[in-house]
Design a protein around this ligand. Structure first.
Ligand code: C2E
Ligand code: CA
Ligand code: CA
Ligand code: CA
Length: 279
């Protein structure tokens, strides 16, 4: 029994080393991912819960790694945040998403906006608002067709810096959403002063709906909070019709999740003639 403990520890140590080595490898190949054209933007539909209409798309980055295949952002965004690549990646996704939204506009699509995720690591740096302004000018996208998502926990890491940043972004005319809402312990006093349009109810509170009483209580509270602050609420991670129905009845405005559609690359026109995104 004693030796199995030792072995268990050795195994754990070995796993840690493997993990650390993998991370170092990924970090160094990530430096070339942008230059080698290995990043991809997938888009997931956002729907109005009341009439079921699609209102927007969220841009979600993936890494098409030459050996590993498609790598999820959960695996490489934290590495990019540590090795300083995140600014370049977020700026690239922003550009791609704005260009793509202009293409959709040109194709007669009636989507209201495209949503782009912004890492907390960019908050303390002044360049973000300038970058957003220059991408809008360069692509010609009307600012109200761009929504920027910042996580609640990122805001709460440095609320004063976040507030300044959000105010400077708002001045550009873009929409602002608080991502993963409910997981970051915002103070209500702070929330009241943030110039945002939308709360994205974190998917961990949607998973147990409609049966889980605690999830239902949290969903109800966040929707009520949004309503009383004049903010729209979008529920993430809706996988079942019953969840969409339940949230609609609570007054939730928008929904996102596999029930409506998974993140997908944009199909080229030749293989997707009806332009619905599913060739
Ligand atoms: P997020 O912004 O909260 O994005 C939603 C995540 O939930 C996405 O994972 C999406 O694929 C997944 N999802 C959507 N609907 C469902 C559903 O019905 N069920 C389940 N189980 N999952 C669902 P993804 O694409 O792997 O992205 C993970 C996270 O990586 C994102 O979470 C976001 O925080 C980050 N991320 C993605 N793209 C970017 C980016 O361009 N920049 C930055 N800074 N972060 C990004
Ligand atoms: Ca998001
Ligand atoms: Ca989220
Ligand atoms: Ca199609």
């Amino acid at each position: 029994a004693k030796s199995s403990g030792r072995e268990g520890y050795a195994f754990y140590e070995q796993e840690l080393t493997d993990y650390a080595r993998q991370r170092v490898e990924l970090a160094s190949s990530l430096r070339h991912a942008l230059d080698n054209d290995e990043l991809r933007v997938y888009y997931q539909p956002l729907h109005d819960l009341r009439d079921g209409r699609q209102v927007g798309m969220e841009a979600l980055v993936r890494w098409q790694h030459p050996q590993r295949g498609l790598v999820a952002p959960g695996e490489f965004i934290p590495i990019a945040e540590d090795n300083g690549m995140i600014g370049a990646i977020d700026a690239w996704v922003l550009e791609q998403a704005c260009q793509q939204m202009m293409r959709w506009n040109g194709e007669g699509n009636t989507l209201s906006f495209v949503a782009v995720n912004i890492s907390s690591r960019l908050f303390s740096r002044g360049e973000l608002a300038q970058k957003v302004a220059s991408v809008l000018t360069q692509t010609g996208l009307p600012p109200e067709q761009l929504e920027l998502e910042v996580t609640e926990s990122a805001i709460m890491e440095d609320p004063d810096a976040a507030q300044k940043l959000l105010i400077s972004l708002r001045a550009l005319g873009v929409r602002l959403a608080i991502d993963d809402f409910g997981t970051g312990y915002s103070s209500l006093a702070r929330l009241k002063r943030l110039p945002v349009d939308k709360l994205k109810l974190d998917q961990s509170f949607v998973r147990g709906l409609p049966d889980d009483a605690e999830d239902a209580a949290i969903a109800r509270a966040v929707i009520a909070l949004g309503k009383s602050l004049g903010l729209k609420v979008l529920a993430e991670g809706i996988e079942q019709r019953a969840q969409a129905d339940f949230l609609r009845e609570l007054g939730c405005n928008y929904g996102q999740g596999y029930h409506f559609g998974r993140p997908q690359p944009v199909a080229s026109k030749s293989v997707d003639p009806d332009n619905t995104g599913d060739a």
